[in-house]
Design a protein. Sequence first.
Length: 226
Amino acid sequence: SVWTAVDAYTLSHLHPSTPNSEVLLHALKNSRDKGLPDIASYPVLGKFFAMQCRALRVKHALEIGTLGGYTSIWLASENPGLSVTTIEVNPHHREVAQQNLDHAGLADRVDSRLGPALNILPLLAKQIAAGEKPRLGFAYIDADKKNNWAYLDQVIGMCEAGAVIFVDNIVARGALVDEACFATDEMVAGARHVVENVGKDNRVEGVVLQTVGEKDYDGVLMVVVK
Ligand code: DHB
Ligand code: MG
């Protein structure tokens, strides 16, 4: 499609190296070979998130929904001073992610946790409060959509001022504003719930960026912590 042609052309000039790096291609292939669903992030979004971390000089990033570790590899490989905590509920996905992180030589900077994020987040909050880990400068929420708000609400409390949080799959080909979808689909309902709550929350401000590309028409909610 024209969308993927534009991504290919612009990346080839702006960033010819990392999207085709051996470690990212290995992560995608190993994830596919081990049966993980093809719903990872993609090069433009990976680069965009890595650049957010660079611009903000982020020391500690959080990801909810590791899948095969593709986005964690982007964040850590592009930012040498960055540590990532990443949470995955599916043991098989987490095992494949650990293989991919080991292969990328990033296992020392990416802390992969197995379990439901609703259980792991309070543990991480305690570690941050105790000074064992820095406060978060960046977070990416890309897990079960019905818990989007429950995750974001806790993550905000672990962030430093000025931190940026992205929530994936908000637009879902326009389902966000299609009543036939959001009345029945709990994923879409979860996207609306987080947008509506961010709008009412004085701790943060937010905006939705619509995206097109190899993952079709979607969008991310960007949240900045005041
Ligand atoms: C889908 C895409 C995603 O990025 C995700 O996190 C979950 C599901 C999908 O296309 O179904
Ligand atoms: Mg997603």
